[in-house]
Design a protein around this ligand. Structure first.
Ligand code: HEC
Length: 156
């Protein structure tokens, strides 16, 4: 069981009320920021996935760096870019964040919290060998999948 620091626990609230940005021609900055956040997840998880599948050779330093980046991104305070008024209903064609994220009963924040825990657990062992790394990756991948299944709208 991984203990998550209090600061991290406090920053995990996704449904924090905030100022909704007005959508401009350049796109909504909050949506752009969370897409950038997700791209960093994807990039770092891709490095680990390639090693796990044997497409690239396992390298302890590279694995530790990618996993620690993943955990660091997961620990960012995301409240300024998960703001109401930026859902897939509000900004069709731009946002794929389902309105349910901001509705009563949303579990998005919880999923985000357990994802951050899984990422921290992976970062703790990713440099300890390929098997240790691969063993801790399942929970991380599940976190991505669980949240997307519930809260990411299909491409349009
Ligand atoms: C707590 C929920 C949550 C978690 C955890 C999560 N995602 Fe996402 N992800 C989303 C949502 C919501 C969107 C749609 C965001 C939008 O369009 O505004 C998204 C979008 C994406 C995108 C598309 C980005 C773009 O440029 O349009 C990628 C890629 C992605 N996620 C990868 C990942 C990966 C890889 C992980 C795990 C390592 C992950 N996500 C974890 C909720 C989550």
């Amino acid at each position: 069981m991984v203990r998550i620091p209090l600061a991290l626990a406090l920053t995990c609230g996704l449904a924090v009320a905030g100022t909704a940005f007005a959508g401009g021609h350049a796109g909504n900055p909050a949506v752009s920021a969370r897409k950038a956040h997700m791209q960093l997840y994807s990039f770092n998880l891709g490095i680990l996935g390639a090693m796990a599948k044997g497409e690239t050779e396992y390298n302890a330093d590279a694995a530790a760096a990618a996993a620690s980046n993943l955990a660091a991104v997961a620990s960012l305070n995301q409240s300024a870019y998960w703001v109401p008024g930026t859902s897939s209903d509000d900004l069709p064609g731009e946002s794929r964040a389902k309105p349910e994220i901001w509705q009563a009963g949303s579990t998005a924040a919880e999923i985000g919290m357990s994802f951050a825990e899984a990422a921290a657990a992976l970062a703790a062992v990713a440099g300890d060998g390929k098997d240790a790394m691969a063993g801790a990756m399942g929970a991380v991948g599940k976190g991505c999948g669980d949240c997307h299944k519930a809260y990411r709208a299909p491409r349009n």
